[in-house]
Design a protein around this ligand. Structure first.
Ligand code: F6P
Length: 343
């Protein structure tokens, strides 16, 4: 079989672990493994697929990024990008494994409904793909947030400051919540559970009354500015697929300036940005990316298409692609409350 593999959307630590698992298992079994470059662009624009040799995928389990490259590519162009992908799969591949988040898997589902032999793999640093407890990249990102908070605690304490830390998290607050819990944030603000500035200020005042000389506030980049008393800003448009680069809305700086306006606090902002996406994956991301990658390969060789391996507790299950698209998995209230219970 000619088994294609691609990574689409934002990169995430752990992608190479999945690529290595899929590739080495395929080569072991005598299949061709075709690395498709730059996500859907490598099928919709000029075909960019090439066989991967053992040396291409050896030793990459701990390497950040994706050796295949990735892109946010708009397939809904008037010239029919989706049809070009269908034609390229038909011409060049016997099966395709598409590693990506909600946007990628929506496309996988669309292609699958038209007969393309596709299997997905769950990846988004935001960790909010429906139907799975885990997405490649999330554990590393939460760890980077926790490490950042550890460092900010000491300087915040020394200067008696409020530190506002902006994390990634487009529609949901998994990175902020879990990173905040692990890094001992005092307050976490996420899209799922909006807070007003009055609530933020009450929280800071309560800490001050209890004798704490500093506070760490974590805010997810996707929170609604209007709830916090601001005006929604459009932000800078994303390249390729449209939408907004959320970091350009400046949520962290907005919260910091409001805290300074409303109370007698010295405040500093840290925007963690793409530090959360870069560098080596955690061991958790390496072994779970390996497991979901291997499960996707098993699905392909048993000709089970239109599915995605998801993590359910400690197990991997195959689910229809349709079941993971069209929404986001939100942070549950009990986890959110636990993350802010130790201020
Ligand atoms: O979708 C994952 C994500 O990491 C979001 O949290 C963030 O808003 C976005 O990607 C950033 O994307 P880009 O690197 O294209 O600016």
């Amino acid at each position: 079989m000619r088994i294609g593999v691609l990574t689409a959307g934002g990169d995430a630590p752990g992608l190479n672990a999945a690529i290595r698992a899929i590739g080495q298992l395929a080569l072991r079994d005598g299949h061709d493994i075709i690395g498709v470059q730059n996500g859907w662009a490598g099928l919709a624009a000029e075909y960019a697929g090439a066989p991967l040799a053992p040396r291409d995928i050896a030793g990459i389990v701990g390497q950040g990024g994706t050796i295949l490259g990735t892109a946010r590519y708009n397939l809904d162009d008037p010239a029919g990008g989706r049809d070009r992908v269908l034609a390229a799969i038909d011409e060049h591949l016997d099966a395709l494994i598409a590693i990506g988040g909600d946007g990628t898997q929506s496309i996988s589902h669309w292609l699958s409904e038209r007969g393309a032999p596709i299997v997905g793999v769950p990846k988004t640093l935001d960790n909010d793909l429906l139907g799975t407890d885990y997405c490649i990249g999330f554990d590393t990102a939460a760890g980077i947030v926790a490490e950042g908070l550890d460092r900010l605690h000491t300087t915040a304490a020394s200067h008696h400051r409020v530190m506002v830390v902006e994390t990634m998290g487009r529609a949901t607050g998994w990175v902020a919540t879990v990173g905040g819990l692990a890094g001992n944030a005092d307050l976490v603000i996420i899209p799922e559970f909006p807070l007003t500035m009055d609530q933020v200020m009450d929280h800071l005042a309560s800490r001050r009354r209890r004798g704490y000389g500093y506070s760490i506030v974590v805010v997810a980049e996707g929170v609604n500015l209007e709830t916090l008393g601001g005006h929604e800003v459009n932000g800078v448009s994303k390249e390729g697929i449209g939408g907004v680069r959320l970091a350009t809305r400046g949520v962290g700086n907005f919260v910091a300036s409001r805290i300074e306006e409303l109370g007698n606090y010295e405040v500093r902002t840290t925007v963690l940005g793409h530090l959360q996406r870069g560098g080596a994956p955690s061991s958790y991301d390496r072994w779970w990316a390996t497991r979901v990658g291997a499960a996707a390969y098993d699905a392909v060789v048993s000709a089970t298409f239109g599915v995605i391996p998801v993590v359910h507790g400690n197990d991997i299950r195959l689910k229809p692609l349709a079941s993971v698209t069209g929404g986001q998995r939100q942070v549950p209230r009990d986890l959110y409350e636990l993350a802010t219970a130790f201020d």
